[in-house]
Ligand binder design. Structure first.
Ligand code: PGA
Length: 260
């Protein structure tokens, strides 16, 4: 990459681990993962573990992220948690993950409001975008990426766009998707080029070069180096492999060894 952008390794634990299990896991990670300059390790526990982990975590070593939240700051929304309530616990939040889009039917409007709410509350949204396998087969990858970027970022001004991270996660490569297959590095490179081209159209060339773009989808210790070496990739969003401490620590170690 030739610049000093940070590399992000993000663990998406999804709906796994009780608070007790999450605490033991964090303890294990804390002993094994040594921080490095220009490397940011981010953990996304389930909501119920965020508060206890925020007391346990060393923020110099790891940052925490919310997997989900509601975009209004307060009000009569039974069962929801506002991102304003997560201030102080998290520095990042996933938005637009394919499971939220496809299982929970989140719309572009929901995603746009969430990105804006995160930025408004000084929490960095990690905007996840990516096409399904049918969309790819129909040649719609570019238009899906564009629509999801436009949909997710339309409330975000040029002044605020540096507070956003984008993650390219093709749905067909996410390990929980039926018949998932690993993406080839060339497929990722092509999609990330398209993402930066669209960002350039929306916000200008400099921002397109500077914005952090992560890759996610079946990342494991065997594929991490190849994915991190893809031109334009600034880090990894790891689901399944982040549930196994050894695998996740290996991925973090690999990231330290990859020159950006
Ligand atoms: P996976 O999940 O690494 O298990 O494919 C990635 C994600 O859903 O963020």
């Amino acid at each position: 990459m030739g610049n000093s952008r940070k590399t992000y390794i993000v663990a998406n634990w999804k709906m796994n681990f009780t608070p007790g299990e999450a605490s033991i896991y964090l303890h294990k990670l804390s002993e094994r993962v040594k921080g490095a300059r220009d490397l940011q390790v981010v953990l996304c526990p389930s909501l119920v573990s965020l508060q206890p982990l925020s007391l346990q975590v060393s923020r110099r070593q790891f940052k925490l992220a919310a997997q989900n939240f509601y975009w209004r700051d307060f009000g009569a929304y039974t069962g929801e948690v506002a991102i304003a309530q997560l201030r102080g616990f998290v520095d990042y939040a996933l938005v637009g993950h394919s499971e939220r889009r496809h299982i929970f039917c989140e719309t572009d409007k929901d995603i746009r409001e969430k990105v804006a709410a995160a930025v408004r509350n000084d929490i960095t949204p990690i905007l996840c975008i990516g096409e399904t396998s049918d969309e790819r087969l129909m040649g719609e990858t570019d238009v899906v990426i564009y629509d999801q970027l436009l949909g997710g970022l339309s409330e975000i001004s040029k002044e605020d766009i540096d507070k956003v991270i984008v993650a390219y996660e093709p749905v067909w490569a996410i390990s929980s998707t039926k018949n998932a297959r690993s993406a080839a590095p060339e497929e990722i490179e092509d999609a990330i080029k398209r993402i930066r081209t669209h960002i350039s159209k929306l916000y200008g060339k400099n921002i397109a070069e500077e914005i952090s773009v992560l890759y996610g989808g079946s990342v494991n210790p065997s594929s991490a180096a190849a994915y991190l070496n893809v031109e334009g990739v600034d880090g990894l969003l790891v689901g399944g492999a982040s549930l196994i401490a050894d695998s996740f620590c290996d991925i973090v170690e690999i990231a330290k060894g990859v020159e950006k």
